[in-house]
Structure formats: C-alpha cells, structure tokens
Unconditional design. Structure first.
Length: 218
C-alpha cells in the first residue's frame, strides 16, 4: 500500500530530522526526498537526498518538486540565531515562498505543510510572531497550506539548536504530559502524514491537535 511521495525541508535540523524519520518509518510512504544544503549523512532505501546551495531559487532542482504528494516544510531559524529582522525575514519568508512556488509549479495538487510555531500571530507583539503570522496567511490564501503551530518539539539532536534550547531540553521534556506544551518530533511527522492522507488544506493546527492527530494515526 506504499503510495506517498513526500518532500522534506529542514531534514538536517531538529524538527525536520524527526519528521524525516516518521516518513521513513511510515508503511504507506514510498519515497522521501530531502532537500538540504548539506548532506544528511544517513542512508535509507526510501530516501533520496537532493543537496542544493541556493534556497531562493530552486530552478536547478525543480525535478525534486515533481510528482510529490506533500511538502513537509520544517526549515527555519530561531530569531535568536540571526543578526537582524531582514535576515530573519529572508529565511522565514523568502525561502518558504520560493519553495511554495516551486511546489505549486511542479506538483499543483500537493499539500504544503508549514511549521510556524505556537504563538504565531499577525498582530503579535514580537517580530517573529508577526512575520510568521503574515506568512501563514499568505501560504493559506495562495497555496492552501496547513500551518502547524507546535510548542516545544522534542526532536532530533541538532548541531545548531540555540544554546538555551539545548540547556533547557531536559526540563522541557517534563512538559510531556501537557498536550498544549510538548510534542514529540516524530508525532509531528505522523500528524503531517495523517493530514496528507485525509486531504487537509488551509488550516492552522495547534499543539494539542498535533498530538491528537498523531495518536489517531498510530
Ligand atoms: N524546535 C522547536 O521546539 C520548535 C518549536 C516550534 C517551532 N519551531 C520552528 O520549526 C522550525 C525548525 O526548527 P528546528 O528547531 O528544527 O531548527 P534547527 O534544528 O535549527 O534546524 C533548522 C533547519 O533549517 C535549515 N536552514 C536554516 N537556515 C537555512 C538557510 N538559510 N538555507 C537553507 N536551510 C536552512 C537548517 O539547515 P542546515 O542544517 O544546513 O543549517 C536545518 O535543516 C523553525 O521555524 C522553528 O521556529 C521549532
């Protein structure tokens, strides 16, 4: 019954690494494409890695977007990791839109799943909330995207996680019993696959819903 082909962004990161694992483990996923700027350093029969250097222009790797059922977009940075609002926008907004356009051109019926984050709000008091809030609206309006708002993602170990997150991770794991505050990274991937199978579109998904979806899909 293997039938889905998914394209994962951010697979070298914490959230994307977990989502990638969930996809590789899913029986009905036939092929997992990972579009990265550095090698993943892992091999799997279902995995096809595409290493690319310019994430604002996917013309040279357009073929990676073709024949895809869903794009699981887990690429992003914390606002603490960039020097300016312009740099944050360039990664959060420009790269995501470039990928969404490439997906729509090559696989017009594919689902776009975008990880924003809990607290995302177009009128929010912090810059990142507004940038991601406006982006969510644009992605839902133009591409019918599903926007995922996880709280703390207990994901794969990541080289470049903010140091505060690395230090806080053991404490944050204590939040596991709270459905609104914690999600296992692989459950996020399972929920995205569940949403793909059910044809979900144009919707915001909060943390507790991610957990419920993951539970219903296992
Ligand atoms: N972790 C959490 O608890 C959490 C919670 C809610 C929302 N989120 C959101 O989820 C997203 C991913 O977070 P994460 O924790 O997985 O981050 P992460 O571990 O730092 O991973 C970031 C991923 O994005 C890629 N990336 C970053 N900048 C890039 C660029 N300029 N060009 C190409 N690739 C780039 C990285 O690639 P390289 O490996 O090549 O650098 C990596 O694959 C972010 O938007 C974050 O705000 C995270």
């Amino acid at each position: 019954m293997a039938s889905l082909t998914v394209l994962v962004f951010g697979a070298t990161g914490s959230a994307g690494g977990s989502v990638l694992r969930a996809c590789l483990d899913a029986a009905d996923v036939r092929e997992v494409r990972a579009l990265t700027r550095r090698p993943l350093g892992t091999a799997h029969a279902k995995l096809r890695e595409v290493v690319h250097d310019d994430f604002t222009d996917f013309t040279r790797v357009a073929e990676a977007f073709a024949g895809v059922d869903a794009c699981l977009f887990c690429l992003g940075v914390s606002v603490t990791q960039v020097p300016s609002e312009a740099a944050y926008r360039a990664i959060t907004h420009d790269i995501t839109l470039a990928a969404a356009r490439a997906l729509a051109a090559q696989s017009p019926t594919a689902a776009l799943h975008y990880i924003s984050g809990q607290g995302t709000d177009p009128g929010g008091r912090m810059m990142w909330m507004r940038v991601k809030g406006a982006l969510e609206r644009q992605l839902m309006d133009e591409f019918g995207a599903v926007c995922w708002r996880p709280a703390f993602i207990d994901g794969e170990a990541s080289d470049h996680a903010p140091w505060m997150l690395k230090v806080a991770t053991p404490l944050l794991r204590l939040l596991k019993p709270f459905a609104r505050l914690y999600v296992d990274g692989r459950d996020l991937g399972r929920a995205m696959l569940h949403a793909t199978r059910t044809g979900m579109r144009r919707r915001v998904v909060e943390n507790h819903e991610i957990r419920a979806m993951a539970a219903s899909s296992s």
